[in-house]
Design a binder for this molecule. Structure first.
Ligand SMILES: [Zn+2]
Length: 300
C-alpha cells in the first residue's frame, strides 16, 4: 500500500474511534431547534439529558434566515427537530427532506394554538405572516402548550428519564404562572399602555399583558413601509398622543428614529428572541426584560 493511502486510512480509523467515543460519552438526546426560544424550553425540561442547538441565533432575523450546509448536517444527526411552524420557518420542510434522517422526530410547536391575524396584511409570501401571526411564544400561555409538546416528545425518545422531564416541566410551568401573574399586576397599574410596533411581533404579548398596539411600521415582514403608510401612522400617533415605539435589535432602526423625531415619541428596543440583548438569555429573563422596559418607558 502506498504510504499516502496508509496514512489516510489510519487517520480515518482514528477519526471514527474519536467520534464513536464522543457519542458514547454524551449519551444525551440530540435536539435541534430553529429558534433560541425553543432551545431554552428544551434546556429547561431536558437539562442534563439533552444537547440542544438552535439554528438561528438571537441576533438573526427569523423571517429572512438563509440555511447553511451545517444546518442539514445538524438535523441529520439529531433525534428531535423542533420548529414554531405557522409559516415562520418557510425553509424547515426542505431542511427535513434534505437531512434524510428517517428516525427524526419533528415537533411543530404552533400545533393546537389559534393564530391571530395581522390587520393590514394584504399580500404575503412564505416565511412571513401568511398563515397568521407566528410570534406565538410571546404569550406565556402559548409557551406552556409548546413546552408540553416538547416534554411529550422527549419522553417518547427517552422514556427512561420521563420522571425527570415531568418534574422539570411541572416546575417550569409553575415559574411561568408566577411570572405571568406578577407582570400582569404591574402592567395593570399603568395609566397608558399604548404603543406602536416596528414589526408585528407583539400581538400575543399585548393581548396577554394588557398592552394596546395602535399600529405597526412594517405591515409585511421583509417589505419596506410605503410613504403613505408612514404619513398615516404619524398622523395617528400625533392625534392619539402615542409616546412609545417598540423596535427590535434584529431590524433597521432608521424608520423608528425618523418617526420618533416627527412625533416626539420614544423608541424602545425589546426582543422577541432570547439572547439578543443583555439580560435576555432565557425565555423568562426575556419576558421580564420586555415587560419591565416597556413599563419604564410608558411611565417614566
Ligand atoms: Zn414576524
Amino acid at each position: 500500500m502506498a504510504p499516502f493511502l496508509r496514512y489516510t486510512l489510519i487517520i480515518a480509523l482514528l477519526l471514527t474511534t474519536i467520534l464513536a467515543s464522543a457519542e458514547a460519552k454524551t449519551g444525551t438526546t440530540k435536539v435541534v431547534t430553529t429558534l433560541p426560544v425553543l432551545q431554552d424550553y428544551v434546556n429547561q425540561i431536558g437539562r442534563q439529558h439533552v444537547t440542544v442547538t438552535s439554528l438561528i441565533s438571537g441576533l438573526e432575523n427569523s423571517h429572512s434566515y438563509a440555511l447553511k450546509p451545517s444546518d442539514i448536517l445538524a438535523v441529520r444527526q439529531a433525534d428531535i427537530f423542533i420548529t414554531i411552524g405557522a409559516g415562520l420557518e418557510g425553509w424547515a420542510e426542505q431542511l427535513v427532506q434534505n437531512a434524510q434522517n428517517p428516525s427524526l422526530e419533528v415537533v411543530v410547536t404552533s400545533k393546537g394554538i389559534s393564530l391571530l391575524r395581522d390587520s393590514g396584511v394584504t399580500h404575503a409570501t412564505e416565511g412571513t405572516h401568511v398563515h397568521g401571526n407566528p410570534h406565538i411564544w410571546l404569550d406565556p400561555e402559548n409557551a406552556k402548550s409548546m413546552v408540553r409538546q416538547i416534554t411529550t416528545r422527549l419522553i417518547k425518545v427517552d422514556r427512561d428519564n420521563r420522571h425527570d422531564y415531568l418534574a422539570n416541566q411541572a416546575e417550569y410551568l409553575r415559574t411561568l404562572d408566577t411570572l405571568q401573574a406578577d407582570m400582569k399586576r404591574r402592567v395593570k397599574m399603568l395609566p397608558d399602555r399604548r404603543f406602536i410596533s416596528h414589526h408585528p411581533a407583539w400581538p400575543y404579548f399585548a393581548r396577554r399583558f394588557g398592552f394596546k398596539i395602535v399600529g405597526n411600521i412594517i405591515e409585511q415582514p421583509g417589505a419596506e413601509p410605503s410613504a403613505k403608510h408612514l404619513s398615516t401612522l404619524t398622523q395617528r400617533m400625533k392625534r392619539a398622543g402615542i409616546k412609545v415605539i417598540v423596535s427590535e435589535p434584529q431590524l433597521n432602526q432608521k424608520i423608528p428614529r425618523i418617526l420618533a423625531d416627527e412625533t416626539g415619541a420614544r423608541v424602545v428596543t425589546l426582543t422577541a428572541l432570547p439572547g439578543a440583548l443583555p439580560g435576555t438569555n432565557t425565555y423568562t429573563d426575556m419576558l421580564l426584560f420586555n415587560v419591565s422596559t416597556l413599563i419604564e418607558t410608558l411611565n417614566p
